[in-house]
Design a protein around this ligand. Structure first.
Ligand SMILES: [Zn+2]
Length: 181
């Protein structure tokens, strides 16, 4: 076997498809304080959001600056999501699960906030985003040892909003696959 063929064979033998990963940026995002903490036992739901901004225009670092802006609408101590999924499917963790982030009013105490970048009132989530969301749901179910109920933000009681956008809700059967019927 030629050296090149052997080298190629060795590369193939050692090739493993890259597992999805969570890029933890909780310590890198702007914060002005800390959210209250909750017990993991409180968590029963995942609330899915869109960023309501054009896909790719802003990053979690920008959202963190807005959410913590003392002159802004939220005046939160940190970014108000637990996870952010960019258009190319990268998953960023923005808060620890125990952080009681302000993403869904009365539903904050029992839900994990997952934001997908894009305005799904007028654009579509990418296949990579949906794939990553499904992976993240499975990951969180395994981490917490339970089947979390996955809802669009606007489906949660006490949340009058279009979020996560009509185009995301139109395909909810694709990302609410484990919910009790
Ligand atoms: Zn939302």
């Amino acid at each position: 076997m030629s050296f090149i063929l052997k080298l190629y064979g060795d590369i193939l033998k050692n090739f493993k498809p890259k597992a999805m990963e969570i890029i933890n940026i909780t310590d890198k995002l702007k914060r002005t304080g800390y959210f209250s903490r909750r017990l993991l036992e409180c968590i029963t739901h995942i609330a899915v959001h869109h960023s309501a901004s054009p896909m790719g225009k802003f990053t979690p670092y920008v959202f963190a600056r807005w959410h913590t802006d003392p002159n802004g609408r939220l005046k939160a101590p940190g970014i108000c999501y637990h996870f952010s999924i960019t258009g190319d499917g990268k998953i960023y963790q923005c808060n620890e699960l125990e952080a009681l982030a302000w993403h869904a009013c009365d539903a904050n105490i029992y839900s994990i906030g997952v934001e997908l970048d894009g305005n799904f009132e007028n654009e579509d989530p990418t296949a990579q985003q949906i794939t990553s969301l499904l992976w993240l749901i499975s990951y969180l179910n395994a981490q917490l040892g339970k089947t979390l109920i996955v809802k669009g933000h606007r489906e949660l009681p006490g949340n009058a909003t279009a979020c996560p956008g009509k185009n995301m809700m139109a395909i909810k059967d694709q990302w609410q696959i484990n919910n009790p019927k």
